[in-house]
Structure formats: structure tokens, C-alpha cells
Design a protein around this ligand. Structure first.
Ligand code: ACM
Length: 611
């Protein structure tokens, strides 16, 4: 049997054509969109879970393509580009699933835009730019170093990236000295015809000096510019997040991402492995959690939401975690795990009985369109699961911080729950925010008693009793306003404003582009067109721990599709995390991206090329 499937954007609508060379009686079209769909014509919706839908079609007749016209249920989610077209489409006929031909247009197009401008003369081809660069004029040939204790992590990185070795017998000597005044991550590197020397504030500083040498060797074609680099990061938290719940990224991809981060002196990997679609860590405290959610699709607890199709997924074993943590350590990166509660917990609720109030008659809907994606803090089952789970997960990661989630509780959460009504009366709470804040503070206290600090998205600050509590590290994602507010109230804050730091947002409004659009588009220039400490908020400077870029996986169905979303924009977050304010603007970053293009290409990391 030959089946055909094509879809296209037509204004606010999505038109799908389905064909078959054999008659098919009463098929059901199963697929997902980025947001909840509704049927305009051509079939009848029989099931919907978030952006996943099943549409009963009339019999398919050979020689005639059948058209189904869709819209998004929420008018503000018009389809923006190819990522908004159906993903994972298949037909169910009786008990049989017939895959429709996979789309051949997934991911970014690799079309070259105009050439990048030349790098201004006062810059070294290095991202982030060093705090201070004093050129002395000459250049010196550089290929390898003689062995330097403390640079093995960088040398191994060079090998993994397929670059020439960094250290080998007969290589140039690097004279290493120490000056604690440079700070733990700081270094001063002198490149001169007479030789190389570095003064470091600590092992991390030496590592970053090694990264600088390796990078300059590559971006300068083996001829280092002579002079002195004095370098120290502006922020201690320089992160990249990866959503491995919506799309299961293989461990090899994660390790490659760590390598890329290391090349740019990023030092925090935020591992988002749990969300509405899956809990992917193979925990022992509640094995049902991952065993029942690792795969989604036909016949699974969670259907093929976000491109899951007939079956997609995977889980991370403890050995995987140990591998990621160990590799990260060699690259001066710490791993921040996230368990994501109370909302974004559809998979958790489906997998483990007893996390909802059986008397809850509320009908709150999450932004993504789920009806039951929040655990109930007033039932004992929630605590029986969460406390041991949180402690187990935190214990796997040396950082000593556990991100609890706390974003996007659906409007009216728990309003229909008698158990929460009783909790509110008992604890003096009135709103959903109050309840969430109370719950997070309780979980934070449990973890605090074991020496674990908590982190959470910005919403965790809400609540009449002070939300999660001041000790929590908060992530400001809808913009910088909530982060400024939280910092003023005594929280340490990581700035990850979607408008500048969400790499799942499309690079441009071009309908041939790829990606989300809810907070606008993020061309390369926009990744540096902001300050983590905005003007007028200088008094909160000590509270800004740093910055993070996020990559959400809603429309990613293969690991490699994330690459061109992340690069070259990851240069922007590296810039913001390390450099003094305002050092690199959009046009300088564009020039630096040009200088890095051959490096991205030689390490085999795809980059967005169209702008
Ligand atoms: C988020 O993007 N919901 C943190």
C-alpha cells in the first residue's frame, strides 16, 4: 500500500492532504501540532491531548486525496513556519497503525545568507571576548603544547572534537603561575615570540586559558596574535538548558553539547528530563514513573504529543547520569537536574496513582492544553512520591542544587479540589499561587535538611507566604521583570529571558524557518541585545547569578535538529555570561559568528546559515 501525506500553511489554517492507492475504510488520522488543534473541515476530532489529536476521516478512495483543514484552538497560536505543521502523523485503521510518509522538510534549511562582516581589528576571534586584550603586534605559530598538568580536559576535548591534538611531546612550553587575585576562573595569558605563559586564579582559570589557546589556534589558522589576555567571567552561572522530556536526546548528543558549551566557557548544564510527556530518569524510589512514561505514542500512557508519532522516547540510566556528570566535570561544567512539579506533570500523574485529589472536579487547562498536568499537594501520595524522589535525584548530581520546576501552573489550579480547600483553610492560603508557594517551600525545607539548595522558574517566588523561600535560585524566563522583582526580594536569579535566550524560538519570521514564536523571533543579534542587569536595576547586581539559554524540544524529532537552533546563537549566551556589559553588540557578534563558522563546521555542529 502506498500512502501520501502533505501539509501546508494557508493563512491561519493548516491544510493536509491524505492519499492511498488502496481503499481504506474509516481511518483515524493521528498527529500532533505545536499547540492544540481544532478541525475546520474534513473529519471529526475524536480525541485530543494537548497538541495531539485523533481525527476520524471518511473512507479513503484511491485516486482522490482527502483534505483535512485545521486551525489552532487558540487564535493567538497561528502557524508561523514549517515547525507548526503536523508531526508524527499516522493512520489508525482498526487496531493497525499505518505510518504516513515522514516529512522530508523537518528542521532548519541549510541555506547560506550573506557573508559575515570582517572581525574588527581590535578583536581576537574568541567567544566570549576576553575582559582585556592588549595586542603587541606580532603573531606566533602555535600547534601544540608540551604536557601541562591540569589541561588534560581541554586536550581530550580537542581529540573528541576531531581537532589536532593540543598537547604532545615536543610541543611548546606553557609556563604556569598562580595569582589568586585573578579569581577562581580567571587567567592572564601572555603570547609572545619568546613563549607562552599563563597566570591563573585556580584550576578553572587554567582550564579556560587552555580553551582560549585551543580556540585561537583554530580561529587564527595556527598563528596566534601576540599580546596579553586578562580574562575573568562576569557571572558564575553560565548555562545551557536542554529539554530532554519532549524530545529524548541521546546521551551522545548531550555529551556533544557539553563539549560545545566548554568551548565557549559555559559552565552549567540544566538537564530538563521531566515534563508533561515523560519522566526520563531511571529512579529507584518510584520506578513506575519512568517505566510507564519513557515511550509515548500508540497505546502508551501519553499519546504522540509533540511529534511522538506511533512510538518515541527513551530513558537515562544511572550509568548515563554518571557519564554525563563525569564528562561535565572534566570540562568545568556542573549539571543542574530538574524534576518539574507541581505542573507540567501530566506524565507523572498518569504513571503514579494517588497524586491527584479524587474529589477534584476542576477543569483547569495548561498552556499546552493538558487537562490533568498538576500534582496535588494536599494528598499524601504526592509527598510519598516527591520527597524521596527529589532526594534521590539531587543525590545523583554533585552540584547540590535541585531545580523543582514550578512554571506555568494552569490558571485555577486545584480550585476544584476539596483537599486543597482544606489545606488552604488550615495554612491560611487563598490562591493557587499561595498553594504552589507553600508546597515548594515545604519541599525546599525537606531538601534543605539534606544540604540541597533548590532552584525553580520565576513563578516559584509567588505566594502569600513568600513562595519557595529566599534561598532558592530563580530563573527569570518570561522576561527580566520577574527576575528583577525576585532579586529585589532577596533571591539569587539566573536571567534566561525568552526574547533573547530561548533558542527554540525561530531565528526569523520567514515561514520557511523553523521554531516557536510565542515571545517573538530571536535572530543572532538579539541574543546580545540585552543586559542581565538592566539599567535602573544596578542595585540588584550581587543577586544576578548569571544567564542561561534554553532549548525546548516540542518540535524536535531528531537530535540533530537542535544543532542549528543552538548555533550560532549559543555564542550570544556565552558572551552575556562572561563579558563585561556592552562589550559585544549584535554586529560584532555577527562578525565573531563568521570567525567561528569554520570551527562549527570542523567539529561537525550544524549552524543556522540563512541570516
Ligand atoms: C518555561 O519556558 N515554561 C520555563
Amino acid at each position: 500500500m502506498t500512502l501520501t501525506f502533505a501539509s501546508r500553511i494557508d493563512g491561519i489554517q493548516i491544510r493536509c492532504l491524505i492519499g492511498s492507492d488502496r481503499p481504506i475504510a474509516a481511518p483515524t488520522l493521528c498527529f500532533s501540532l505545536m499547540a492544540a488543534p481544532k478541525v475546520v473541515s474534513g473529519g471529526t476530532m475524536v480525541r485530543r491531548v494537548a497538541g495531539y489529536a485523533e481525527i476520524a476521516l471518511p473512507d479513503l478512495v484511491p485516486g482522490t486525496e482527502h483534505e483535512v483543514v485545521l486551525e489552532h484552538a487558540h487564535k493567538e497560536f497561528g502557524p508561523r513556519n514549517r515547525a507548526w505543521l503536523p508531526l508524527g502523523a499516522y493512520l489508525r485503521v482498526g487496531k493497525e497503525c499505518l505510518p504516513l510518509p515522514p516529512r522530508t522538510d523537518l528542521g532548519l534549511r541549510e541555506v547560506d545568507g550573506p557573508p559575515a562582516p570582517a572581525l574588527p581589528a581590535d578583536r581576537v576571534p574568541l567567544v566570549p571576548q576576553p575582559t582585556e586584550w592588549r595586542p603587541s603586534g606580532a603573531t606566533v605559530a602555535f600547534a601544540t603544547l608540551a604536557h601541562v598538568p591540569g589541561l588534560d580536559g581541554v586536550a581530550d576535548l580537542a581529540v573528541r572534537l576531531g581537532l589536532a591534538p593540543l598537547m604532545q611531546a615536543g610541543g611548546a612550553a606553557l609556563v604556569v603561575g598562580e595569582d589568586p587575585a585573578l579569581g577562581a576562573e580567571g587567567y592572564r595569558l601572555t603570547i609572545a615570540p619568546a613563549g607562552l605563559s599563563v597566570t591563573v586564579g585556580g584550576p578553572a582559570g587554567l582550564h579556560y586559558a587552555g580553551i582560549t589557546l585551543l580556540t585561537l589556534r583554530e580561529t587564527c589558522g595556527g598563528k596566534l596574535p601576540c599580546g596579553t589576555i586578562t580574562d575573568t567571567p562576569r557571572f558564575g552561572y553560565r548555562g545551557q538548558h536542554l529539554d530532554c522530556a519532549r524530545h529524548f536526546f541521546g546521551v551522545d548528543f548531550i555529551l556533544r553539547l557539553l563539549d560545545l558549551m566548554a568551548l565557549l566557557k559555559l559552565n552549567r548544564f540544566h538537564w530538563h528530563f521531566a515534563d508533561d510527556e515523560a519522566f526520563r530518569l531511571e529512579v529507584e524510589t518510584q520506578p513506575l514513573l519512568w517505566q510507564r512514561t519513557v515511550f509515548r505514542g500508540e497505546g502508551e500512557l501519553v499519546p504522540g504529543v509533540f511529534g511522538g508519532g506511533i512510538r518515541a522516547g527513551g530513558s537515562y540510566s544511572k550509568a548515563d547520569v554518571a557519564r554525563v556528570v563525569a564528562r561535565a566535570k572534566t570540562l568545568q561544567i556542573e549539571v543542574l537536574p530538574e524534576i518539574e512539579v507541581p505542573a507540567h506533570s501530566h506524565a507523572m500523574v498518569k504513571a503514579v496513582p494517588g497524586l491527584r485529589d479524587p474529589g477534584d472536579n476542576g477543569e483547569e487547562v495548561s498552556v499546552q492544553g493538558y487537562l490533568d498536568n498538576i500534582v496535588n499537594p494536599a494528598v499524601p501520595g504526592t509527598w510519598d512520591l516527591l520527597v524521596p524522589l527529589a532526594k534521590e535525584v539531587a543525590g545523583l548530581f554533585p552540584l547540590g542544587i535541585l531545580h523543582l520546576g514550578a512554571d506555568e501552573a494552569p490558571h485555577g489550579a486545584w480550585d476544584g479540589s476539596p483537599a486543597v480547600a482544606a489545606l488552604k483553610a488550615r495554612e491560611g492560603l487563598s490562591t493557587s499561587d499561595d498553594v504552589q508557594g507553600w508546597m515548594l517551600a515545604k519541599l525546599a525545607a525537606e531538601l534543605g535538611s539534606e544540604g540541597v539548595r533548590v532552584a525553580a522558574w520565576e513563578e516559584a517566588a509567588k505566594g502569600c507566604q513568600g513562595g519557595i523561600g529566599n534561598a532558592a535560585l530563580l530563573f527569570s524566563w518570561t522576561g527580566q521583570g520577574p527576575g528583577i522583582e525576585a532579586a529585589r526580594r532577596g533571591h539569587d536569579v539566573v536571567m534566561c529571558p525568552a526574547q533573547h535566550a530561548y533558542f527554540d524560538l525561530a531565528h526569523s519570521p520567514d515561514p520557511d524557518d523553523w521554531g516557536a514564536a510565542w515571545a517573538g523571533f530571536v535572530p543572532l543579534e538579539k541574543t546580545v541585545a540585552w543586559d542581565p542587569v538592566p539599567k535602573g536595576a544596578e542595585n540588584i547586581t550581587p543577586r544576578i547569578a548569571g544567564v542561561e539559554a534554553c532549548f525546548w524540544g516540542e518540535f524536535t524529532v531528531e537530535d540533530s535538529q537542535a544543532e542549528g537552533m543552538i548555533a550560532p546563537r549559543i555564542l550570544g549566551i556565552a558572551t552575556k555570561g562572561w563579558e563585561p556589559a556592552g562589550r559585544t553588540d549584535g554586529s560584532a557578534l555577527r562578525a565573531l559568528a563568521g570567525a567561528y563558522a569554520p570551527l562549527f563546521d570542523s567539529i561537525g555542529w550544524k549552524r543556522y546559515r540563512s541570516a
